[in-house]
Write a protein that binds this ligand. Structure first.
Ligand code: NAD
Ligand code: UGA
Length: 446
């Protein structure tokens, strides 16, 4: 089976590489010629654990190839995935211009029966628009070729994208013909080992499932962040509360880690887009509006703690920031909480010394020379008034604390991800702030 994946970003590249890995013939297409040239030389546009190896193996064995020219590679394909970006428009709704542009190109260039599958995250009703674009493009050239439109939202997480794709919790597919259903069932057969389900449904429900899933996960995060902030006020420890509630299987242990707000290219934009869809239909999604508001405030929580600790006197102070990316395992800086914190610190007249194991290059595109770039976490700590732990990369989990203490001007740690043993640090002579743990309870139960 030959498959075309249009849009070779996080989702498109992972999809193309993983489909090739199980034997499918895949061509990844992108308008960005530099990206395609680099991929042909084995240079990946993103950092994603395990991806380079799969891309290189399948490129070399000829199952995976790259092109900028859809017209020349679409012939003989059975499935075309649309995996381009759907960034937020000014009003928060998903901008569908890239998706519809690709649909038009497909209609202009296809020559045989094709299942056109939207993998990008798109609002309900997009498949209808995609269908319209394809039909119109075919009419314009007087062609009459059979095709189906389907929806197959992607649930991978950055930093674990390859594993998520190869071993999905489930695969959701929205179809309205048996032919499309059978074609996609065949394609995904190799991924359904060990009882992993493929869930077929109607197209609108598949489109909605993607937004509902991200909105539910974002809700869990904002909920625990709200509870964490209350824990601080009442003298409770959110880490204990998290364990206490997570052991109830109905609640579950995942996605209830408090922190400094969710970032990334999806939760922020998808929550906004779903709220917008609700408004379009006259149905206010009040919970999600609150989820978004709580998250915006949560991105300021660490700065507020810093401000309070230093009695508002931040002018001329220096801070060591450990981590920049929106989560570990990726160099993605989109909507990263680090950017909000850096901005506030700079505005207050402070200097920020930063280190991230992977995202320095990506972060440099936005931050330029506004911060001091350091070669490791210890250089960042040198001469700083405090350490700010922003992204929970593994290498930050067990620092050489005596060395850090020597390097810092004052022994203060602001832990934005609750990875440190607060009571232990307290005993080592540090003042340590975390999320959802009041200072009065530090050390009491250790
Ligand atoms: P991305 O920005 O990393 O990649 C999009 C790619 O599409 C870019 O390389 C761009 O050059 C290319 N492109 C744009 N117009 C094109 C055209 N006309 N023809 C060919 N290529 C074109 O985006 P992404 O993060 O992979 O996200 C893609 C979609 O998948 C979005 O809708 C997103 O919400 C969704 N999604 C993303 C993730 C994730 O973890 N990043 C996970 C699940 C779903
Ligand atoms: C998220 C979803 O988890 C994927 O299923 C989905 O496919 C993807 O969005 C998408 O649609 O693009 P991703 O954004 O890559 O994946 O990363 P997550 O692991 O979900 O983390 C998102 C943000 O939430 C990060 O900033 C992370 O630090 C934060 N988070 C996550 C918390 O603050 N607490 C948690 O318990 C979990």
């Amino acid at each position: 089976m030959k498959v075309i994946v249009i849009g070779t970003g996080y989702v498109g590249l992972v999809t193309g590489a993983c489909l090739a890995e199980v034997g499918t013939q895949v061509v990844c297409v992108d308008v960005n010629a530099e990206k395609i040239n680099n991929l042909q030389k084995g240079i990946l546009p993103i950092y994603e654990p395990g991806l380079e190896e799969i891309v290189s193996r399948n490129y070399q064995n000829g199952r995976l190839s790259f092109s900028t020219d859809l017209a020349s590679v679409i012939g003989g394909a059975t499935i075309a995935f649309i995996a381009v970006g759907t960034p937020p428009g000014e009003d928060g709704s998903a901008d569908l211009q890239y998706v519809l542009q690709v649909a038009k190109e497909i209609g202009t260039n296809m020559s045989d029966y094709l299942v056109v599958v939207t993998k990008s995250t798109v609002p309900v009703g997009t498949a209808v628009k995609v269908n319209r674009e394809i039909k119109q493009a075919m009419l314009d050239r007087g062609a009459l070729i059979d095709y189906d439109v389907a929806s197959n939202p992607e649930f991978l997480k950055e930093g674990a994208a390859v594993q998520d794709f190869l071993k999905p919790d489930r695969i959701v597919v929205g179809v309205n013909t048996d032919r499309a259903k059978e074609t996609l069932e065949q394609l995904y057969h190799p991924f359904l080992l060990n009882g992993r389900p493929i869930i077929f449904m109607d197209i609108a429900s598949a489109e909605m499932t993607k937004y509902a899933a991200n909105a539910m996960l974002a809700t869990k995060i904002s909920f625990i962040n709200d509870i964490a902030n209350l824990c601080e006020l009442v003298g409770a420890d959110v880490n204990q509360v998290r364990k206490g509630i997570g052991s109830d299987a109905r609640i579950g242990t995942s996605f209830i880690y408090p922190g400094i707000g969710y970032g990334g290219s999806c939760f922020p934009k998808d929550v906004k887009a779903l709220v917008k869809t609700g408004k379009e239909y006259g149905h206010g999604l009040r919970i999600l509006e609150a989820v978004e508001a709580v998250n915006n405030d949560q991105k300021k929580v660490l700065f507020n703690k810093i401000y309070k600790h230093f009695d508002g006197l931040l002018q001329g102070r220096t801070f060591a920031m450990w981590g920049l990316s929106f989560k570990p395992g990726t160099d993605d800086m989109r909507e990263a909480s680090s950017l909000v914190l850096i901005n506030s610190l700079l505005e207050a007249g402070a200097t920020v010394q930063v280190f991230d194991p992977v995202a320095m290059h990506e972060a440099g595109k936005t931050l330029k020379d506004s911060v001091k770039w350091c070669k490791d976490m210890y250089e960042a700590a040198a001469g700083a008034d405090a350490v700010l732990l922003v992204t929970e990369w593994n290498e930050f989990r067990l620092p050489d604390w005596p060395r850090v203490k020597q390097l810092l001007k004052a022994s203060v740690v602001f832990d934005g991800r609750n990875i440190y043993d607060n009571a232990y640090l307290h005993k080592q002579g540090f003042t340590c702030y975390s999320i959802g743990l009041s200072q009065s309870t530090v050390g009491v139960l250790s």
